[in-house]
Design a protein around this ligand. Structure first.
Ligand SMILES: Cc1cc2nc3c(=O)[nH]c(=O)nc-3n(C[C@H](O)[C@H](O)[C@H](O)COP(=O)(O)OP(=O)(O)OC[C@H]3O[C@@H](n4cnc5c(N)ncnc54)[C@H](O)[C@@H]3O)c2cc1C
Length: 412
């Protein structure tokens, strides 16, 4: 009987456990997580922090779900190290767990700002349900906020402030939000959305240090220009540090994340990885890449499990991810790898509609849609087909994209 051990009960670990049970009905499956609750919907915790959603619908599995599938679940259990020669997982207090096949699905932890007082009371990071509960409880009584981190998680803090009636300054480097994927035109729509909910973007800024009162509660953020922003609530979302410390000495190749091939196999036999933590070989992109999104993590967990159970390279991971934001009056969607590529096309259609598509070697590798998400499936289809279309960008930028207007694909 094969013994599978999965470290992490986020969506990638949990989806792997479910697939392994389907693929290998007799196997012993153990899932270990250092969180105190089984899988919940990490995407929805922001709605809880905003005060818009109670706790119950956010939970996905209760402990009964694991019992029904004969999966051992260890909550509140931190994995301290892994011996890949002896094939043993060591935990802080649940003993040593042997494995035949191991899945590393431990995601990341929000990075702290390396500045004075960054751990002061009232400064929040956002990753777990527990974080969301703390943010909600504090946001309900806070008046003035500062947000740091001009990316997809930072904007969730902006939405929390908006929904909870906190007047906030959103301090960011450079001249716009998510400057790696948006031009000034696209970003301006997002800035307007922020302003409408009471959040003021502040450009060419950042945090040099935080100030606190005598009780250690944050009172202000001071930016590198010396400008001071009063706050009794701060949200920091400057990126993720991958949870790999427990793998030190295990011989698994890491490159700012765990390197896996398209089968989710790491550099060490019988050790697989899935989810945010991977730097995976993206077969559509033709190179290794990273992707922090729910759908991608779920699919990586499923594909890893198929290959673990088959004891072979049975299925490759091939996926176009997407990540949407629904905080404002207009929808926003990023797909694929919008910050990569060697050329791009973009167009603005109205005060709330904009589109940008990134190409690599003439093929679409990602993009951002604001206001009108209708071309999403067409662009994803072109990505999957790996069609060379950069030379016909004018067709892709038409408000309503019609594939019949594209010239037929030339034989390569
Ligand atoms: C506020 C927020 C909003 C988001 N919104 C969106 C969205 O709109 N759309 C979208 O696509 N994605 C969104 N995401 C990202 C998405 O949630 C993640 O990409 C996805 O959850 C990653 O899943 P994972 O299984 O790889 O990792 P995780 O969900 O991070 O799970 C990893 C688990 O491993 C545990 N762990 C870590 N180290 C150890 C250890 N040593 N021992 C035991 N357990 C350990 C962790 O505690 C955690 O439970 C959002 C994320 C957040 C935080």
């Amino acid at each position: 009987m094969t013994q599978y051990v999965i470290i992490g009960d986020g969506i990638s670990g949990s989806s792997a456990a479910e697939t392994l049970r389907e693929e290998d009905p007799d196997a012993k499956i153990t899932v270990i997580t250092d969180e105190g609750e089984p899988l919940y919907n990490r995407i929805l915790i922001k709605e809880h922090a905003k005060g818009k959603l109670p706790e119950a619908p956010i939970s996905i599995h209760d402990e009964g779900w694991y019992e029904e599938r004969d999966i051992d679940l260890s909550l509140n259990t931190h994995v301290t190290s892994v011996d890949t020669d002896e094939k043993i997982v060591y935990t802080h207090d649940s003993g040593d767990i042997p494995y035949d096949k191991l899945l590393v699905a431990t995601g990341g932890t929000p990075t702290q700002l390396p500045v004075e007082n960054s751990d002061a009371d009232g400064i929040h990071h956002f990753w777990t349900f527990q974080d969301a509960r703390g943010i909600r409880e504090h946001a309900e009584r806070a008046d003035k906020g500062v947000i740091v981190g001009a990316g997809l998680l930072g904007i969730d803090f902006a939405a929390v402030c908006g929904a909870q009636g906190i007047e906030a300054d959103y301090v960011m480097r450079g001249d716009r939000w998510w400057r790696y994927a948006l031009s000034a035109d696209g970003a301006e729509i997002m800035h307007d959305g922020m302003r409408e909910v009471g959040v003021e973007p502040v450009f060419d800024s950042g945090v040099d240090h935080f100030e606190t009162d005598d009780d250690g509660h944050v009172t202000a953020a001071v930016d590198p220009n010396g400008d001071r922003y009063d706050c009794d609530f701060a949200g920091v979302a400057i990126g993720l540090s991958f949870n790999t410390e427990y793998l030190r000495g295990a011989g698994i190749e890491e490159k700012n994340g765990i390197v896996v091939d398209e089968y989710m196999q790491t550099s060490v036999d019988d050790v697989y990885a899935a989810g945010d933590i991977t730097r995976f070989y993206d077969v559509l992109l033709g190179e290794h890449a990273q992707n922090g999104s729910w759908g991608s993590a779920k699919e990586q967990g499923r594909v890893a499990a198929i290959n673990m159970a088959a004891d072979d390279d049975a299925e490759e991971f091939q996926w176009v991810s997407s990540y949407s934001i629904t905080h404002f009056d207009f929808p926003f969607l990023s797909f694929g790898h919008p910050t990569l590529g060697d050329e791009h096309a973009e167009r603005r259609y109205s005060d709330t509609e904009w589109r940008r598509v990134a190409f690599k070697d003439g093929k679409i590798v990602g993009g951002v849609l604001i206001g009108d998400l209708s071309p999403q499936s067409t662009f994803k289809q072109l990505m999957r087909e790996q069609r060379v279309v950069a030379d016909q960008a004018d067709v892709l930028m038409e408000q309503s994209v019609d594939l019949d207007n594209l010239a037929p694909q030339q034989e390569q």
